[in-house]
Design a binder for this molecule. Structure first.
Ligand code: AGP
Length: 609
């Protein structure tokens, strides 16, 4: 997730306005920043890796001439955070500047085509292809105006984008376009703005026009025009006045970042389906050659590893060992060797326990692979191969969207490995891939249809002193994650374990009204899970079940239930089945008067051992 911004002023300098707007978009990404302006027919550009204040101190982002410009604050997905990869990106002649938020899926083939036509690329980003596509369009038809050249370019692009383009060829225009990534215009008497998000210009105007998917907007000193990308037809849209405070705007109207990020999961899951094939294949190759594979992480990322161990086993027939990073040295330090492979999973890429475990493995010549949300983090620097989970910055301390993104990436890895090992037929592969592609919509449905139910459950059980979270098979990982969420933000003591373990001790805790959350998809464990539910009911437990919609058998046994749309394969079930548990923790915390974004005693990234 990155932040883009553009402005055309009637009077004054655009650079300071861009700089301040990027500061207000910093929560969308902050590993690099850049600006470009036009003045007297010339393009001026400043960009570098680093946080906005760091780059400003070195380059002075306010010091660019011109009343028109664009800017970008980056959360790297393609290409490490280096100056060369910072936006804006230029064409060969340095006459077209582009800023972009999103992921261009077909950038590799577009880049090859353009290189074969003589275009020279300088960065590793997907975005740069846009600048050269626009340049190519103008070269092939000199009578084309900038807007039509941008139309020509975006029609060749597959994937998500919100872009803003300027060029000295048409020095008083900004062309912006959108597909999936957010884009909004701000209108005032003295200026026109385009941005990824309202906070960028809210202190300057609250008059906004939302740009929808598949639309392009032309901003000029005379005003703005919106066209459909498909057929260039004109779109008329009335401005809307927003009455948000800047604080609310940064949370897009949500009361807390955590709720915003829970609701962002469908969009994040769509982005995880745009991974770079090359890195997925490379990782699968390393896993295929490994004699033993350890999945190493902490907290929520460990729960993703636990779920992944079921995916790798069920799909690729590969035994993997999920290990809590802080125990890795004691548990496996001596046995790790050149034939071992460590797949370290860490949203921040900086968790001290995980990095320490990885360094132990590296000292023993093991192969280290990394899955992280932060390109440029320590984990990316010490991994042989890494892959980004592409979730965008997660501000809430509790991991939510990064968990489901990690699961989606790990499922794709398991599928790719299964294919490489010949353990899965093409039909099975296609079936699961098709289901994976449907997950963003399924998660959307769970959020929109079940949140009110979960809110009521949180209210009903808000005084419960302890919760059980149980699951069988891969749902054990989902249960563990639900337990962690409720503990860390609602401070409710919670216990989670494989449901089959109940009778080996924990069931002695159960008393009348004891809330037991069962994660109970209709998979191979369904029958035995029902047996566990009945065990608990017999001792007076209150059963809260997360079930597949229409599961009448469990509905009859449950005191409360939340339904997940049918047809999710068991290996993918943690992704939709965790959503009600995230919402339960969030609404329970709010019900109890706590701030879900800032839970006591916790930090977003635990960089101490
Ligand atoms: C989960 O909600 C917590 N924020 C915490 O357990 C977190 O998952 C853990 O500290 C690991 O962080 P990482 O993914 O950045 O390594």
């Amino acid at each position: 997730m990155c932040g883009i911004f553009g402005c055309i002023l009637k009077e004054g300098n655009a650079a300071p306005v861009i700089h301040q707007a990027l500061k207000r978009l910093e929560y969308r990404g902050y590993d690099s920043v850049g600006e470009a302006t036009i003045h007297e027919g010339k393009l001026y550009i400043k960009k570098d890796s680093g946080k906005i204040d760091e780059v400003h101190k070195i380059h002075n982002l306010d010091d660019l001439p011109g009343k028109i410009g664009i800017g970008h604050t980056r959360w790297a997905t393609h290409g490490a955070p280096l100056q060369v990869n910072a936006h804006p990106h230029l064409d060969c002649a340095g006459q077209i500047a582009v800023v972009h938020n999103g992921i261009i899926e077909n950038f590799a083939e577009l880049r090859l085509e353009l290189e074969n036509k003589g275009h020279v690329f300088v960065s590793k980003t997907d975005t740069e292809v846009l600048a050269h596509l626009i340049e190519e369009a103008l070269k092939s038809n000199p009578f084309l105006n900038l807007a039509d050249a941008v139309l020509d370019a975006v029609r060749k692009v597959e994937g998500s984008y919100a872009i803003a383009v300027i060029s000295p060829k048409e020095p008083n225009k900004i062309i912006c376009a959108r597909n999936e990534s957010p884009l909004v215009l701000g209108l005032s008497d003295s200026a026109l703005y385009c941005a990824s998000d309202i906070p960028a210009f809210l202190p300057l105007t609250n008059k906004t026009v939302i740009i929808e998917d598949g639309e392009l907007a032309i901003l000029s000193s005379e005003g703005f025009e919106i066209r459909k990308i498909s057929d260039s037809s004109l779109v008329v849209r009335e401005p809307k006045i927003v009455d948000w405070t800047p604080e609310m705007a940064v949370k897009q109207g949500y009361p807390h970042f955590m709720l915003k990020e829970i609701h962002e999961q469908p969009a994040c899951l769509r982005n995880t389906l745009r991974l770079q094939e090359h890195y997925l294949d490379l990782m699968a190759t390393f896993l295929d050659r490994a004699k033993e594979v350890f999945l190493v992480a902490c907290g929520t990322s460990y729960h993703a590893c636990l779920a992944a161990s079921y995916m790798f086993s069920k799909l690729a027939y590969l035994a993997t060992y999920p290990v809590i990073a802080s125990e890795f040295m004691e548990q496996h330090g001596k046995s790790v060797n050149i034939d071992s492979t460590i797949l370290a999973v860490s949203q921040s890429g900086e968790t001290a326990d995980t990095i320490a475990a990885v360094n132990v493995a590296r000292q023993r010549a093991a192969t280290v692979l990394g899955l992280t949300n932060v390109i440029g983090s320590t984990l990316t620097r010490i991994s042989r191969v890494y892959i980004s989970q592409q979730s965008g910055p997660e501000i809430g301390v509790a991991a939510t969207k990064t968990f489901t993104s990690q699961l989606s990436v790990l499922a794709q890895l398991a599928l790719r490995l299964a294919k490489k090992r010949g353990k899965i037929s093409q039909d099975e592969m296609d079936f699961i891939e098709a289901k994976l592609k449907k997950l963003p919509d399924i998660v959307e449905t769970v959020i929109t249809t079940q949140e009110e139910k979960v809110k009521a459950i949180a209210k009903k059980y808000k005084d419960s002193k302890v919760f059980f979270f149980l699951g069988r098979g891969i749902s054990t990982a989902t249960a563990y994650e639900g337990r962690l969420k409720l503990m860390e933000i609602a401070y409710v003591p919670s216990i989670a374990f494989p449901a089959g373990e109940s009778k080996h001790g924990p069931i002695s805790l159960v008393e009348e009204g004891f809330p037991v959350v069962f994660v109970c998809p209709k998979d191979d464990t369904h029958k035995t899970a029902i047996g566990n539910i009945m065990e608990m009911k017999a001792r007076g437990a209150s059963i809260i079940a997360v079930i597949e919609e229409g599961d009448e058998e469990v509905k009859r046994l449950a005191d409360d239930y939340v339904e997940i749309p049918k047809g999710v394969p068991d290996v993918l079930s943690p992704i939709p089945f965790v959503i009600p548990l995230q919402l339960l923790a969030y609404h329970m915390a709010v019900e109890k008067g706590y701030d879900p974004d800032k839970p006591r005693n916790l930090a977003k990234s635990v960089t101490v051992k």
